[in-house]
Design a protein around this ligand. Structure first.
Ligand code: NAD
Ligand code: ZN
Length: 351
């Protein structure tokens, strides 16, 4: 019996369906993958709930969701030499043009012709089978699980943010937001040699979880407190003002806090997408010569992440709080939407 390709397809806002699609065949330079674990990202839930993210990414036709993935190679297209059938792999969601100025300079995350899984109009990989450009498919060592392989995507956001921040040994670090991205930034900062990492959130349960998975300090953002007050508390907690701040909450409050909290001459890296326009305490920013740096997705982080997980220096596994099968996709999305867990993982393998 031929296998069918059960796929999680978003038709439009609030219209997510599980449907059978043909199994795709790999073209030259591609591999066919039997999907194993796919994590649900906040963006997947956002497209499902709102049909768009801002004015730039709008769901206009059916598209698969899912971009945090691991898989097993089932077919190898012409010209692919570094992978073979049966390899366990992690997938970087990119596909880029390789010819533009950004690609040639190595900053392929900024390629204007980028393909990115589950970002309209590009389809995702939450299905039984998927084909992908082999140059963005990475072999997993035996001691890295499929769940860890899928978590390399959010971890990569954290690693890239730390690289953008020029984070170094001994830095005190503030991470705003204890969602999956903030936690991955915290784990990355520790791996880069941070001496202390303080994570903030408005949700005490998320801070408890952050402590469990490795945050050295936490500060709860309480209603009515000012950014200046919290900045003081962060400095007291860390034993000094943070050398680096990484914003992963998308909150206007955190953007202001980052400027007030970061040590003069320090770097404030912004990862979170909040409202398109936010206010800045510009006098403080200028007088402290704070460097503000944007951080978008990642470049060349997969092999680093695989090696750091494999050697035990980064432990992402505890971030998974809920597990579902591909057939239970709707329940998985409801759980992710509820915000009760941290990372919801879908098992795409046929049972
Ligand atoms: P999430 O919603 O799970 O986590 C955000 C956390 O911030 C939540 O725990 C929330 O309680 C907390 N929060 C809200 N207001 C806060 C405040 N005032 N202070 C501190 N914490 C506050 O989201 P996530 O999946 O972890 O993603 C975090 C952000 O990163 C989002 O804005 C997302 O769009 C963005 N993101 C950016 C990139 C990139 O490449 N730049 C990639 C992925 C995600
Ligand atoms: Zn390009």
């Amino acid at each position: 019996m031929t296998d069918v390709n059960l796929s999680a397809i978003l038709y439009k806002k609030l219209d997510l369906r599980l449907e059978e699609r043909p199994i795709p065949e790999p073209a030259k330079g591609e591999v066919q993958l039997c999907m194993q674990k796919v994590g649900i990202c906040g963006s997947d839930v956002h497209y499902w709930q709102h049909g768009r993210i801002g004015d730039r990414f709008i769901v206009t036709g059916p598209m698969l969701l899912g971009h945090e993935c691991s898989a097993v190679v089932t077919k190898v297209g012409e010209g692919v030499s570094h992978l073979k059938v049966g390899d366990r792999v992690a997938i970087e969601p990119h596909g880029v043009c390789r010819t533009c100025e950004q690609c040639k300079s190595g900053r392929y995350n900024l390629c204007p012709n980028v393909f990115f899984l589950a970002t309209p109009p590009d389809s995702g990989a939450l299905a039984r089978y998927h084909v992908h450009g082999a140059d963005f498919v990475f072999k997993l060592p035996d001691n890295v699980s499929f769940e860890e392989g899928a978590l390399i995507e959010p971890l990569s956001v954290g690693l890239h943010a730390c690289r953008r921040a020029r984070l170094a040994m001994g830095h005190r670090v503030l991470v705003c937001g204890a969602g999956p991205i903030g936690l991955c930034a915290m784990l990355s900062a520790k791996a880069f040699g941070a001496s202390a990492v303080c994570v903030t959130d408005i949700d005490p349960k998320r801070l408890e979880f952050a402590k469990e998975v490795g945050a050295t300090h936490t500060v709860l953002i309480e209603r009515g407190s000012s950014e200046e007050e919290v900045a003081k508390k962060v400095a007291e907690t860390l034993g000094g003002a943070p050398d680096r701040t990484i914003e992963c909450s998308g909150a206007q409050f955190s953007v202001n806090l980052g400027v007030f909290a970061t040590k003069p001459g320090g770097v404030f890296t912004i990862v979170g997408h909040g409202p398109n326009k936010v206010e800045f305490p510009v006098v403080s920013l200028v007088a402290k010569e704070i460097e503000i740096v944007g951080s978008f997705r990642y470049i060349n982080t997969w092999q680093t992440a695989i090696d750091m997980i494999s050697c035990g220096k980064i432990n992402v596994a505890p971030l998974v709080t809920h597990r579902y099968t591909l057939e239970e996709t709707m329940q998985a999305f409801e759980m992710s939407k509820s915000g009760q867990g941290v990372k919801v993982m879908i098992d795409c393998a046929k049972k």
